[in-house]
Design a protein around this ligand. Structure first.
Ligand code: ASP
Ligand code: MG
Length: 456
């Protein structure tokens, strides 16, 4: 029988009583499977902050350890009735926190955090989740076992902080380690390099971990559990009567995730698309005993009557404008700029050029640095560099977007009626997504206008 891989994220692990919801869902599956877990909500951020503080002051190690111990203790006391189970789990948590403490002491003495140590430290949020959940499942009579990525091993390309899984190497390892008829609990967010060093899979990367494991196992499905109702026609906080999307193609889900829908990490789709494993999105808060998904992401491309399935936004696209008469015609300008940005580790999200301007879309965290780098290049063909930060990118996504006339007309008319000015439009780069920029202040009104036009 094929396995199901289910992923529970930080949003499923906010409060100590949330674990009981997970237990109910896992019981409802009633079959051997693989569970991938994130750290408890906010813990990774907490570890990042603590690492910095520990460098300066050793007493912060004790503070962090106490914080984690108390947090886990609360969860353990809440979730075990049996004193023996409580003690056993507390002891196991204690020794795992001790391991973390040793790494922290190390960085305090060196006064620096080498990247290979940083990745190990940040993996402890997930390691504590998997340990506690395994124990709770066992005490509930489930045949559960923790399976750490280094025991498989789940092998990556070795890039610290943002590694990619090597499926070919990992698949036989993962299949072997997870072959039994148990419920395996795997901490997400990391794999190991060929040399066995822990490498993180990027922030929010446990969705990608789960996708990678599903791919290695040739799983029946990847079931991602959230505390919301799957993919929606727009952010429910911004529009009246948002509609749930029951089916999305892989391309649609990938674009929606890239443009800010926070249901899936943007890297989740890529490993599964190639092998046709469906992604099921469940809502743990609406769980009624059935594990039936709220949204299914799969290989079937469905064109709906209104074409657009969802409108989403991201505030993480800033524009770096490079003006100069004829930049569009001169060769080598873009090459020099992109090489310099690449050297600085800056990712370019998109490039839009004209005869007199080159626009680069960059992440908000990179824009100031990128401005400085390009300015210092002092290219003779660029007369002015401008960084625009106060913008929002809005994307409409749906199969058939490029093939059906009239969609763009309706879209921009709905914005014009509300006097919303569109600063830049990109259409055609993806067959299922068009996106455009508006002033940040216009974002909510723009989404409402588009949603009203297509869904009311
Ligand atoms: N805990 C990690 C993070 O916060 C991974 C994840 O939540 O997916 O980035
Ligand atoms: Mg997450």
């Amino acid at each position: 029988m094929k396995k199901i891989v289910a992923k529970f994220g930080g949003s499923n692990l906010k409060k100590k009583e949330d674990i009981q919801k997970l237990v109910r869902v896992i019981k409802a599956y009633d079959r051997p499977m693989v569970i991938v877990v994130s750290a408890f909500y906010g813990i990774t951020n907490h570890l990042i902050k603590a690492m910095e503080e520990v460098k300066k002051d050793e007493t912060n190690i004790e503070k962090l350890i106490r914080f984690l111990r108390e947090l886990k203790e609360e969860t353990i006391l809440e979730n075990f009735e049996d004193k023996e189970w409580q003690d056993k789990t507390l002891n196991a948590v204690q020794s795992r926190i001790k391991e973390l403490g040793r790494y922290l002491t190390g960085i305090h003495y060196i006064g620096d955090v080498p990247e290979f140590v940083e990745d190990v430290i940040l993996s402890y949020g997930e390691r504590l989740s998997s340990l506690v959940l395994t124990s709770i499942l066992q005490s509930n009579g489930i045949d559960a076992e923790e399976a750490l990525p280094e025991q498989m091993p789940l092998v990556t390309d070795g890039e610290f902080g943002n590694a990619t899984v090597d499926f070919e190497v990992s698949a036989p390892n993962v299949q072997k380690r997870l072959a039994g008829n148990k419920v395996y609990i795997v901490p997400g967010f990391y794999g190991v390099s060929e040399q066995g060093k822990v490498t993180l899979l990027g922030r929010g990367g446990s969705d990608y971990s789960a996708a990678a494991i599903a791919r290695c196992l040739e799983a029946e499905s990847l079931d991602v559990w959230k505390d919301v109702d799957g993919f929606m026609s727009a952010d429910p906080k911004l529009v009246r009567a948002p509609k749930r999307i029951t089916h999305l193609s892989y391309a649609e889900a990938a674009e929606l995730s890239y443009f800010g829908a926070s249901i899936l990490h943007p890297r989740t789709v890529e490993p599964l698309k190639e092998v046709g494993i469906p992604i099921h999105i469940g809502n743990i808060d609406a769980f009624d005993g059935s594990v039936a998904p709220r949204t299914i992401v799969h290989g079937t491309e469905i064109v709906t009557d209104c074409i657009i399935k969802s409108v989403t936004y991201s505030d993480d696209f800033c524009i770096l404008k490079m003006r100069g008469p004829g930049v569009g015609l001169k060769k080598g300008v873009l090459a020099k700029v992109t090489v310099a940005l690449d050297r600085a580790g800056i990712n370019i999200k998109s490039v839009i050029t004209s005869q007199i301007v080159i626009n680069l879309l960059l992440s908000a965290k990179d824009i100031k640095r990128a401005y400085k780098i390009v300015d210092e290049l002092e290219l003779s063909s660029i007369t002015e560099v401008i960084a625009s930060e106060q913008i929002s990118t809005i994307a409409v996504v749906g199969e058939g977007l490029l093939d059906r006339p009239g969609v763009a007309g309706r879209l921009f008319m709905s914005l014009a009626k509300k006097s919303i000015n569109v600063q830049m439009i990109v259409s055609g780069a993806s067959a299922v997504a068009s996106y455009f920029m508006v002033a940040k202040d216009d974002r909510d009104a723009a989404i409402e206008a588009i949603h009203d036009e297509f869904f009311q």
